[in-house]
Write a protein of this length. Structure first.
Length: 91
């Protein structure tokens, strides 16, 4: 691939998206999003919840604590931020 070409979505691969709730506005242009996934227990098959927090980039500072948002995987933006805000789904 030459220097002038940008990688297309086919060569780069699909980026992951997650839907979660904003639990913190950790700084300027930054949010912490908690996602909850429901998975069956490997042995007992009872549905349990797994939660995970992601640090995401919010360029316009639009999301507030409690918002339901969609985030997308991106290149590393800082030590912790590897995700960016796509849209605010509900307030």
């Amino acid at each position: 691939m030459s220097e002038t070409q940008t990688p297309s979505a086919e060569t780069r691969g699909l980026r992951k998206t997650r839907v979660g709730t904003v639990v913190s506005r950790s700084g300027d242009k930054s949010i912490v999003v908690e996602t909850v996934t429901r998975v069956p227990h490997p042995r007992f098959k009872k549905i349990i919840k797994h939660s995970k927090k992601f640090h995401a980039h919010d360029e316009a500072n639009t999301a507030v604590v409690g918002d339901k948002v969609r985030i997308m995987e991106t290149r590393p933006l800082s030590k912790m931020k590897r995700w960016r805000l796509l849209e605010v789904l509900s307030h």
